[in-house]
Design a protein around this ligand. Structure first.
Ligand code: GDP
Ligand code: MG
Length: 452
């Protein structure tokens, strides 16, 4: 039984080591489709080019998961890169209460809303005001600085009434900077926590508009300046976002009409050119239709290859489970050769988390887990993998035969050093000892029972 099992296992491990890695040709071929998908989603061309070049570099050489084609693998890598890019660092899941908006300052805290005409500034101002009022229990004042569009100020007053939020009384003839000044004064006097300043937009970027918004910003010095943009904005998104960012300075983006047909490529374009996070999404005309930005959801929509992504994810999960079970069985047998170590290293690499992997393995005590954790360093994994790959199959199965001349050959072949090879062998030896001791301690039956 022992022989049969190990024979079967090495067959499986051979297959594991034979997993192919992505070639430049694989990646190029798949990227042609990705490019079309991104352009279809209205991601701006320069952003598409840059994104593809960057992901291509990352993808070449990555392992292809068994039962998945190289093309499918590339799609999954692109998807993950898209999510990471949209999420940025640290703001992957914004606080649902605060919606990623910074209002933790001495009141009254001004929020400046900017953007082109019709992008949804006035609607979003009221939506955000309602959130802050109901969820944060803050006193909010809405003020319209739009003196250009007929009835724009009245529009905000109506939304204020609808949501039960105070709006700054309209003074006919007053200009935007003066209105902003009055709003802040009124907010201080009235004990308001937050003042949302809804500015006027134009049909296109123009200098007068920019100068006016910049003047308002100079006066109120907002912690948050939100650029409101329609999700249907196409190639223009790049110009709009970079102009507003340069001339006014923005801290966040509100993407509106996400409830429409557009695939929202503008989100990626704007994020890429400004580095500013998309914080909120407008998902309808009603006052409740505001949501935190979900990078996963938007990335899925931009790429529009969700079925392939979930297929690859499922394949990866299956393999993780199989590997963990296989490894656990081997351990129960008290066996652990360099092939096992290689499989383990690869699994750690895939999962990117030592603790996660060890946690999945049954029959490992806390102490042994800690020992393995300190010995496996994520940064060393590619080098360790290279060392094992430079060994013959016989060497991997019977590490005892690896003496000085073989070590020299392995170090040269893997582009590492003899001390590194020694360290890996030492580490393996210690782990193999633990496995043997584990078997003795529990007895095979006992351990097998623990695995069930
Ligand atoms: P502004 O010119 O930037 O102030 O834009 P408005 O706030 O006046 O919005 C223009 C139109 O877009 C209005 O009819 C809004 O009801 C509509 N609108 C705003 N945001 C959304 C959204 O997220 N989804 C949908 N479907 N309509 C929206
Ligand atoms: Mg408006």
């Amino acid at each position: 039984m022992f022989e049969g099992l190990s024979g079967r296992l090495s067959g499986v491990f051979d297959k594991l080591t034979r997993r192919s890695s992505l070639t430049e040709a694989d990646v190029d071929e798949a990227m042609r489709e990705v490019r079309v998908a991104l352009l279809d989603a209205d991601v701006a061309l320069p952003v598409v080019k840059r994104f593809i070049a960057q992901v291509k570099e990352e993808a070449i050489g990555q392992q292809v998961i068994r039962s998945v084609t190289p093309g499918q693998m590339v799609v999954k890598i692109v998807h993950d890169a898209l999510v990471a890019m949209l999420a940025g660092d640290g703001d992957a899941e914004p606080d649902p209460m605060m919606l990623g908006i910074d209002i933790a300052h001495t009141p009254p805290v001004p929020i400046l809303m900017v953007g082109l005409q019709g992008s949804g500034k006035t609607t979003s101002s009221a939506k955000i005001g309602l959130r802050i009022k109901t969820r944060e229990r803050k006193k909010v004042l809405l003020a319209s600085l739009d003196v250009y569009r007929p009835a724009a100020q009245q529009q905000l007053a109506i939304l204020g009434e609808q949501t039960g939020i105070d709006t700054l009384p309209i003074v006919v003839g007053q200009m935007p900077v003066a209105i902003a000044e009055r709003a802040m004064k009124e907010a201080r006097a009235g004990g308001y926590d937050v003042v949302i300043l809804d500015t006027a937009g134009r049909l296109h970027i123009d200098e007068v508009l920019m100068a006016e918004v910049a003047a308002v910003r100079e006066l109120v010095r907002p912690h948050e300046t939100l650029l409101v943009t329609d999700a249907m904005t196409g190639q223009d998104a790049v110009t709009i976002a970079s102009e507003f960012n340069e001339k006014v300075g923005i801290t966040g983006i509100v993407l509106t009409r996400v409830d429409g047909d557009s695939r929202g490529g503008a989100a990626l374009s704007m994020r890429a050119v400004t580095g500013v996070p998309v914080k909120l999404m407008g998902i309808g005309e009603k006052m409740e239709d505001l949501d935190a930005f979900h990078p996963q959801r938007v990335a899925g929509r931009i790429l529009d290859m969700g079925d392939i992504v979930s297929l690859v994810e499922k394949a990866a999960q299956t393999i993780e489970l199989e590997d963990a079970e296989r490894m656990a069985k081997r351990m129960a047998e008290g066996k652990f050769d360099l092939e096992d170590l290689l499989a383990q290293l690869r699994q750690i690499k895939r999962m990117g988390d030592v603790k996660g992997l060890l946690g999945m393995m049954p029959g490992i005590s806390k102490m042994q887990r800690q020992m393995a954790e300190t010995q496996i360093d994520d940064k060393m994994i590619p080098r360790q993998e290279a060392i094992i790959l430079s060994m013959t199959l016989k060497e991997r199965r019977t590490p005892e035969i690896i003496k000085a001349s073989r070590k020299k050959r392995i170090a040269a072949g893997s582009g590492t050093t003899i001390p590194e090879v020694n360290r890996l062998l030492k580490q393996h030896e210690q782990m193999a000892t633990v496995m043997k001791r584990l078997k003795k301690l529990g007895g095979r039956k006992g351990l097998m029972n623990m695995l069930k």
